[in-house]
Design a binder for this molecule. Structure first.
Ligand code: DNO
Length: 398
């Protein structure tokens, strides 16, 4: 498996040389400065690629794009969606020509990954990302005042939510809003309460079936361009894998994934297996999902969560938490072996340690939430250990 690392570009505090020290050789990055919906020019792509390969001694390559963002007008099928499809196709062609052949994206309406706490203290120091069901309920019911939000929560969570809200200061509420918005990558589309209300309103008519239709229409338009360009698209599951804020989410379960992969049966229409996102759903057996869709996985995020009965969850150690990481890595190594035996040129699966705790010198550094150096280095090292042991034991290629 190709060890990769998410790099946020030249503004990232963590430099390419540090990534090499962590032991990764594949870079996962995106052109975060380009507004959603605009074409990534061949020049801009070449410039980023040149940065990654500038120091040949590091031996790095641009393995995966995470993500080419999907504009809300594509998800809603409103405005100039046709023009947006065309520009997305052009971006894929430009990437393919530059030899960047794996493109991750997601189809979550309005919000990307969602947490309520970005710095939950860990024993001995350090911080983790956390989702508190009662804080999210407090946000929806008392700050956003979304009509009908109460119906999505059990009474016990609503009671704790009300108590949290009544005791909260203005800065507690500001922190909660910032935490919930933190998952949106890049500099665009952070919402305040009013902006978020407007966005939710724009989805009022879009139910689960309509969102599925809009995804399938988008895939039908772009997968042929991806095939021609030699690019493998891979959808990232919803995080957390459940409807949020009354918005449908359609990549949250084994059944959802099957629907998406079957809708456009092409190797260019694949999956980003994110063990952390899927693992936050009690309905998901992650090693089983990995095995079922193994031949359509193009990229992997390895991360673990520990779920709690009220719907809260904590980002756990990479080998801790609820998902059997050894079982997942075993499935992936066997899938690689199958691809290799079938003579596929790109048989090696790129994976990255997704998120990490802020540990030791990470604390206080201005890195992206979930993306500190030492916490991820630890996660990568642990997974590398599992991978190496399993490959050795079973006589499989790394
Ligand atoms: C969180 C990430 C997601 C992911 C996008 C993919 O850390 O896994 O933000 O990049 O959902 O489009």
């Amino acid at each position: 498996m190709e060890q990769t690392w998410r790099w946020w570009g030249p503004k990232d505090l963590i430099r390419l040389a540090h990534i090499r020290q962590a032991g990764a050789t594949g870079i996962v990055t995106a052109l975060h400065d380009i507004p959603y919906g605009e074409t990534w020019s061949a020049e801009a792509i070449a410039e980023r690629k040149a940065m990654i390969t500038a120091d040949a001694s590091l031996g790095l390559r641009w393995s995966v794009v995470e993500s080419v963002p999907v504009h809300e007008d594509i998800k809603r099928r409103t405005g100039d969606w046709q023009g947006l499809y065309d520009r997305y196709c052009q971006t894929l062609r430009n990437l393919g020509r530059a030899g960047v052949d794996t493109v991750c994206y997601n189809f979550m309406p309005v919000l990307d990954w969602t947490r309520t706490e970005l710095r939950h203290p860990l024993p001995g120091g350090g911080n983790a990302l956390r989702y508190n069901a009662h804080e999210f309920a407090a946000f929806e019911c008392h700050m956003l005042r979304r009509p009908g939000a109460e119906a999505d929560y059990p009474d016990a969570v609503l009671t704790t939510a009300k108590a949290w809200f009544d005791a909260s200061s203005e800065s507690d509420r500001a922190r909660l809003l910032t935490s919930i918005m933190a998952g949106l990558p890049g500099a665009f589309d952070r919402y305040d309460i009013e902006g978020l209300r407007r966005m939710l309103q724009s989805y009022a008519e879009i139910d689960r079936d309509a969102l599925r239709d809009n995804l399938v229409a988008f895939l039908r338009a772009i997968v042929p361009a991806a095939e021609e360009a030699g690019v493998r698209l891979c959808i990232h599951p919803d995080d957390p894998p459940r409807a949020l804020l009354g918005l449908s989410r359609i990549c949250s379960s084994a059944e959802d994934i099957g629907f998406i992969l079957d809708a456009v049966p092409s190797a260019a229409n694949g999956l980003t297996l994110c063990t952390g996102s899927l693992g936050a759903g009690v309905h998901n057996d992650v090693p089983a999902i990995a095995a079922r869709y193994a031949d359509r996985i193009s990229f992997v995020h390895l991360r673990n969560v520990a779920k709690e009965p009220d719907g809260s969850f904590m980002e756990a150690d990479h080998l801790g938490g609820d998902t059997d990481m050894v079982a997942v890595v075993d499935v992936l190594l066997r899938e690689q072996a199958r691809r290799k035996a079938a003579g596929e040129a790109n048989w090696r699966l790129p994976f990255r340690p997704d998120h990490g705790h802020e540990l030791l010198d990470d604390v206080g550094k201005a890195t992206h939430p979930g993306y500190p150096a030492i916490g991820r280095l630890r996660g990568l090292a642990e997974i590398r250990g599992v991978m190496t042991a399993l490959a050795w034991q079973n006589g499989l290629a790394l």
